[in-house]
Design a protein around this ligand. Structure first.
Ligand code: PMP
Length: 409
């Protein structure tokens, strides 16, 4: 049975108070909190095993290497990767996408080639492609977002054509909560001989992911959004593609032989792991994956689906509120705005009630323009949030609405 009270006891920070109020943490799309099991894995590593990996033969180095490689195996299994050759540790989703845009894009894109993105991409799946397009002469095209927050798939079919080399899209939106049909996009990409990259920053923490059944060629996600430490994430790529790509960064460990005038590259995945990696963080992320698998990702998804639908329904009942994104098939987050209340003022007022939500453009400025707003407020839920917390949020927003009413213009 999914026991939220028991789960909450694993997260020390959830006992914190904000002034007199208990913390209600609803900014999980930005970063999640960490269970004791992950915090302990980090301290255990530093207290007992700390050493640099892959390079020395002493006991600590062997233990650290084994723990790091074990974490790689856990991440591979978690994402359904057929083997870990294509499983690269990075700093997070941003670095994973930059790796592909740089190491694949700059090598294989030519003038006139096309990269198809969506109108709802996080800046980290847009700006790297802009840089690559500038360097190569490739063109970017964007699948529009319909008024209900879903993708215009008819337009997608039209845009993905013979000049398309790459389709890159978010699996789930950090603003709209939409879950995109990435399997369908991957199929459209493959029909024309293009590749598919999935930005899984908002899906891997919340729903079972299987890269094989998604049919994608690259999948990126961030550890810190899925109970893991900051500074570590993953890129999974089809090994034969990674093999053809040049390295992203040069330095120690990614080489086989170095001469004064040339070098050769290490095997996968080490070819893409230059320098000393975030060893402790990768091991911590392995512990996070153990924790998620212990709960079962299907149960996590079900809990958040129920909570997200409850929050969407309760928030939509607030007079004058606008909620964004589709009514159904969404993840556990809700973006909204109130008339005459700036989202920053609202989140400031909610902070006085101990409630942490996010306000701003959420690193998706083009989507904000599409929605016709400079910013939204966003409450994002995770596996430890409760219906009581949603009720606290709704009550606090209703108070805020009353508070700001006299200032309405
Ligand atoms: N993509 C999406 C959809 C996101 O929500 C985020 C984080 N907000 C990122 C990419 C970037 O993740 P990171 O900052 O961990 O690299």
């Amino acid at each position: 049975m999914y026991d939220v009270a028991k789960i909450r006891r694993d997260f020390p920070i959830l006992n914190r108070r904000v002034g007199e109020k208990p913390l209600v943490y609803l900014d999980n799309a930005a970063t999640s909190q960490k269970p004791r099991q992950v915090i302990n894995a980090l301290s255990e590593y530093y207290e007992l095993h700390n050493a640099n990996i892959h390079r020395a033969v002493h006991l600590l180095a062997e233990e650290a290497t084994a723990a790091y490689e074990e974490a790689r195996g856990k991440l591979g299994r978690f994402l359904g990767a057929p083997d870990t050759t294509g499983l690269i540790f990075t700093r997070g989703t941003t670095e994973s996408i930059n790796l592909v845009a740089y190491a694949w894009g700059r090598k294989f894109l030519r003038e006139g080639d096309e990269v198809v993105l969506t109108e709802s991409e996080h800046h980290s799946n847009l700006v790297p492609w802009q840089l690559t397009a500038q360097a190569t002469g490739a063109k970017l095209h964007f699948i529009p977002v319909l008024d209900d927050g879903t993708l215009d798939m008819e337009e997608a079919e039209r845009l993905i054509g013979p000049r398309t080399r790459m389709v890159a899209a978010i699996h789930a939106s950090n603003v709209l909560g939409t879950i995109n049909p990435v399997e369908k996009l991957a199929a459209l990409a493959h029909e024309v001989g293009a590749l598919m990259l999935v930005d899984g920053a908002q899906s891997a923490p919340h729903t079972p992911v299987d890269v094989a059944s998604l049919g994608c060629d690259f999948f990126a996600c961030s550890g810190h959004k899925m109970l893991g430490p900051t500074g570590v994430g993953v890129l999974w790529g089809r090994p034969e593609l990674l093999e053809e790509m040049d390295p992203f960064m040069g330095g120690g460990e990614m080489i086989r032989e170095v001469h004064l005038d040339y070098s050769t590259w290490n095997d996968l995945p080490y070819k893409f792991e230059a320098g000393t990696m975030n060893i402790a963080q990768a091991i911590g992320l392995g512990a996070a994956v153990d924790y998620l698998e212990g709960l079962g990702m299907q149960h996590v998804r079900e809990h958040e689906r129920r909570l997200g639908e409850y929050a969407y329904r309760r928030l939509s009942d607030i007079e004058g509120i606008t909620t964004y994104g589709p009514k159904e098939g969404r993840t556990g987050l809700v973006s909204f705005s109130l008339p005459d209340v700036h989202p920053h003022d609202l989140s400031q007022l909610l902070n006085d009630e101990g409630i942490a939500i996010r306000s701003g453009h959420h690193c998706v400025q083009p989507l904000m323009r599409r929605l016709g707003v400079p910013a939204t407020a966003r409450a994002s839920f995770y596996l430890y949030n409760t219906e009581d917390e949603v009720d606290t949020l709704v009550e606090a927003i209703s108070h805020a609405r009353e508070f700001f009413r006299p200032f309405a213009v």
